[in-house]
Ligand binder design. Structure first.
Ligand SMILES: CC(C)(COP(=O)(O)OP(=O)(O)OC[C@H]1O[C@@H](n2cnc3c(N)ncnc32)[C@H](O)[C@@H]1OP(=O)(O)O)[C@@H](O)C(=O)NCCC(=O)NCCS
Length: 158
């Protein structure tokens, strides 16, 4: 079941991000700060975390926020599913949940970003299966040789 993330989920989200390979275990400080700022009300308006639970355990999470310099354009900053829950539709459901929430409030565009490295190929395929179009490649963004790929979906096409 997908619902708003609560402060009790914060440590499970950090563990999930590490388990899903998004951060090394010793580099979670920035994520911990984002979560602390979110629950402390210190982030800009519009930031949203949602959690996906199965049998009382966190199995996925997503975090999205608006671009303040654009008209109803949003970024999905993070989506992750626990490795033992991957490939069973949780990621797709999280994505649809985020898109539907944004559509309901009249938002326009959702951007998602990931690495261009070969080990992110399944993630890129996931975004394409969710209906995202590859829009841009920023060469050497993450580090030399590690490009950022930006995907885009129009939310209010019909
Ligand atoms: C990418 C991710 C969120 C997808 O969630 P998911 O619950 O595994 O995805 P779903 O079950 O809804 O969709 C499965 C499809 O996604 C793709 N996929 C991507 N990563 C996958 C994985 N590790 N396991 C299985 N399928 C994966 C496949 O194309 C798959 O389609 P298939 O079942 O026809 O082969 C999840 O695998 C994950 O957390 N990966 C690691 C972290 C990550 O890359 N996050 C993205 C931020 S850069």
């Amino acid at each position: 079941m997908i619902q708003p993330t609560t402060p009790d989920d914060a440590s499970a989200i950090i563990a999930l991000a590490v388990a899903a390979g998004m951060f090394p275990a010793n580099e979670t400080e920035a994520l911990g700060k984002v979560l602390a700022d979110y629950f402390g009300g210190n982030l800009d308006k519009g930031h949203v975390w949602v959690s996906d639970e199965e049998a009382g355990e966190l199995c996925g999470a997503a975090y999205y926020a608006p671009d303040l310099m654009a008209d109803r354009t949003w970024y999905l900053y993070m989506i992750a599913v626990r490795p033992d829950c991957q490939g069973r539709g949780h990621g797709t459901m999280l994505m649809q949940h985020v898109e539907n929430a944004l559509r309901m409030s009249g938002q326009r565009l959702l951007l998602v970003e990931t690495s261009g490295l070969p080990n992110y190929e399944r993630t890129r395929t996931f975004y394409e299966k969710c209906g995202y179009e590859k829009e841009a490649r920023i060469r050497d963004f993450y580090t030399a040789g590690d490009d950022k790929i930006v995907f885009r979906k129009v939310l209010n096409a019909d």
